[in-house]
Design a protein around this ligand. Sequence first.
Ligand SMILES: [Zn+2]
Length: 480
Amino acid sequence: MRPLGWNNHAGYAQKKLGEMLLDASLIDESQLKTALTKQQRSSKKLGEILVNLGYTNEELVLNLLGKQLDSPYIKIDDAEQIDNTIIHRIPENLAERNLVLPVKVEDDTLWVAMSDPANQFLKKVLALLTGYNIKSYIASPKELKQAIARYYSREGRFEKTAENVPLHSYFLPLKQLGFTPRQLPVFEKYLELQKGCLLIIGPEDSGKKTTVYGSLRQLNFPDNDIVSIERKMDYKLECVNQLEISGTSDQDMKRMIDSVNQFNPNILAVENIQGVESWNGLGRMAEKGNLVIGTINTDQNIVDFLTAFQDKRTTHYSVIENLTLVAEQKLVRAVCPYCQTPYKITGKTARKMGLKVKGAMANIYKGKGCSICNHTGYYGNTACYELLPINNAIKDMMMQNASKAKMKKAIRKEITCSFNDVLQEKLLKGQVSAEDYLQVMSKNLNQFKELKTVMVMDTFWSLFERSGSINAYLEYRRKN
Ligand SMILES: [Zn+2]
């Protein structure tokens, strides 16, 4: 796989480099001639050849090239420790393949160290990817290689704890996390109340912590005192007092919450709440008028979670009383935005898939595969949410131990965009693939149940790609 921007961008600068070294009397004409002759038989750059011949040194060459390319020379080994939040702006594979390292952020500009600052294409990709303006330093390829290995392999261990979460998403603002335009203001409204219990539930590694970090980032005002109790502290957040819990038991968590309670922060986040004692601790914090954001690892959906909670209504009274919002979160692979390709399907087929589309035709999307997504067609994940604002009617039902059916009906009415709605929206916007949409929705789409197995999905995609239509697949199913 070729790195981005394989054209010889640096040709102009290379030619100038010889002249510049000559002008500065750093080499003489015969040395330049020898180097240029050698270069004709080599794929190496002029600067590298001059350095290898011992006529000059790398630092001098990089300094001059840097001036030429408006990219100051940076010696990475001497640079300050680069912050994790900065490193995550650029994905590892991109950094490695193109020898580029993010160094610092200044307002809306990201400074990157590059081996080839003349590569405008790479700069454009970085700008698109990060949302920043890009300014560059020139740096030694060898130092870049070493630094990339050092910074990203040190981060490697986090990849394990949050397997499906793209690393750079940890510090994303809420608006970039995957809430739909209808959901975001609802979530923000309850967050900004700055009181009560806001719970985020979902399976392990569904990106709940990312949502919490995004929330804390949004609440990060000077007069807010924020504490985050974490099972494992993966990242250092500015302006948040993070505490890592040492044990795993309910008592360990309770002790931590009690000690935090003593210095009374007005915002507390707690990762993966499990036992009654912890819930009581949270209830006490919320009763004092503070905001408590809790995450819970569970495979239950909102209805099952709340009916299980209802069973514990006597012990969980103070939490139920202060509940403001429950968010359920799932991660779905995101279609790579750099190779996203539309496919036309008939409106009839779309409706058969459960999509609420009106026209005769509809577009759905697939990532074709490109160098940015390692030819997978997917780039990171998108979080999908169901939001349930808790009103008094729901609280009363929980306290009066209403039937599950009654609860379900009341909850379904209050949810802001169901997963169904969210996935539809994301499918039609090209953020999730039909493959994943059908997989998540298969419960409601009996005719697509078979698509669950990878083998069938492959058949589906090859037929789909050849014909551009799901009808071909349906035809295939009818015959087989
Ligand atoms: Zn791609």
